[in-house]
Design a binder for this molecule. Structure first.
Ligand code: GLA
Length: 388
């Protein structure tokens, strides 16, 4: 991929310049779904598949952007002085938003630049291709212009861009793990304090396997924002009875006592998911540390059905993938990411992987006529400069 990236850059911007290369991972969440914005714990890891970028500075105020993944859009040319959102700029808006935000914070981005992008992360598959691009450009700017912004702040800045510039009211999970992830580790993040710990993924007999349903739901952004509003409403109602700042401040016992105040059954189920998912995530950390992958797998399965039945962010294809995974060698399976399509994450014994792959591909194709894609999840460091 590194050599290919360089070749793409030279094809588009000419042979003479020597760009610097960066890699920004995708992310997969092991457990702790839809609770980053409810004050809960999440447990993602950064992936070895992601976005590659090559950059070199220019002598003017032009920014020229090219993505091999959107080759038909050609080179998008903009000025450092005009970074307003433009629908026609599609993927380039993520980069523009980050640069604009840095400039609004008076960071000295003193000249324009050429950036070429290539990647092996499937777009729109729930593996966070957008946060991957945001951090890619944020880290490039930080390094090339010596901005010295700490990683946590870069993550927060990129989240702000996604919330305010792109218009998706996401939580902090994706940007955080992409900025701060560490190879061979998952990252347990407290989404209120932003304290985090690394938990080693050293279970030689098992692998985390990602299955891409290839289902893309157009409504994912609006449904996501709707879930956030529902959680907010549930929290406001509960706050009349018990002093909480976030839904995940409630433990399961408290929810049994106070959840009854949520008369609207939809709000009750949304809050129930948040509270139980947080408990599952905290336990899953101990289970992983103890090497008890079977217990971890059980928690993943419970997480999936909570997301499907109570939070209603799954879809028939993901539910089917989870069911057949468990019948074909997986000891834990769940949807990962925002949902409404995208991927599942599975724990599979190394010796069962080939059988798992072929069974899932055949049975999914028979049922939905879709060719699922399967990747073994390798964890990686957060966004960083790379050499060839
Ligand atoms: C998306 C958002 C995250 C998180 C997940 C669901 O990936 O970007 O902040 O809310 O959905 O867990």
């Amino acid at each position: 991929m590194k050599k290919q990236m360089l070749a793409v850059y030279k094809k588009v911007f000419g042979e003479e310049s020597n760009p610097r290369l960066f890699f920004s991972p995708g992310r997969v969440n092991l457990i702790g779904e839809h609770i980053d914005y409810n004050g809960g714990f999440v447990f993602p890891c950064a992936l070895s598949i992601g976005t590659y970028g090559a950059i070199s500075l220019r002598n003017d105020r032009l920014i020229r952007l090219y993505s091999e993944n959107f080759a038909t859009s050609g080179v998008i040319s903009i000025s450092l002085d005009d970074l307003e959102y433009q629908k026609s700029h599609t993927w380039a808006n993520y980069l523009k938003g980050v640069i604009r935000e840095l400039l609004l914070e008076h960071k000295p981005i003193l000249s324009g630049f050429n950036i070429a992008i290539d990647g092996d992360l499937p777009c729109g598959a729930g593996l966070s291709s957008s946060a991957s691009i945001e951090l890619l450009v944020a880290v490039m700017m930080n390094d090339l212009f010596c901005l010295n912004i700490p990683r946590k702040d870069l993550a927060l800045l990129c989240k702000k861009v996604e919330n305010e510039y792109i218009g998706v009211n996401c939580g902090i999970m994706d940007q955080f793990v992409i900025a701060l992830g560490k190879a061979k580790n998952a990252l347990l993040l407290d989404c209120v304090s932003l304290d985090y710990t690394f938990v080693p993924l050293n279970h030689p007999k098992y692998a985390f396997v990602i299955v891409n349903s290839k289902v893309k739901r157009g409504l994912v952004d609006s449904k996501y924002n709707e879930r956030r509003r529902e959680c907010e409403t549930a929290k406001k109602i509960l706050q009349k009875y018990i002093p909480i700042s976030e839904l995940c401040d409630l433990n399961e016992e408290q929810f049994q006592n106070y959840g009854l105040f949520l008369i609207d059954p939809v709000l009750y189920r949304r809050a129930k998911h948040a509270v139980t998912e947080n408990a599952r995530t905290i336990n899953a950390n101990h289970q992983l540390l103890a090497g008890d992958l079977h217990a971890f797998g059980e928690a993943m399965i419970a997480s999936h059905w909570s997301l499907s039945d109570d939070f209603e962010v799954s879809c028939p294809e993901l539910d089917f993938l989870v069911k057949i995974a468990l019948l074909n060698g997986s000891i834990g399976s769940r949807m990962t990411g925002a949902g409404f399509g995208g991927c599942t994450i599975n724990i599979v014994k190394n010796t069962d992987i080939d059988y798992f792959k072929s069974s899932i591909i055949t049975q999914y194709k028979d049922m939905y006529g879709i060719d699922a894609e399967i990747y073994i999840a390798q964890s990686s460091d957060g966004t960083k400069e790379i050499t060839i």
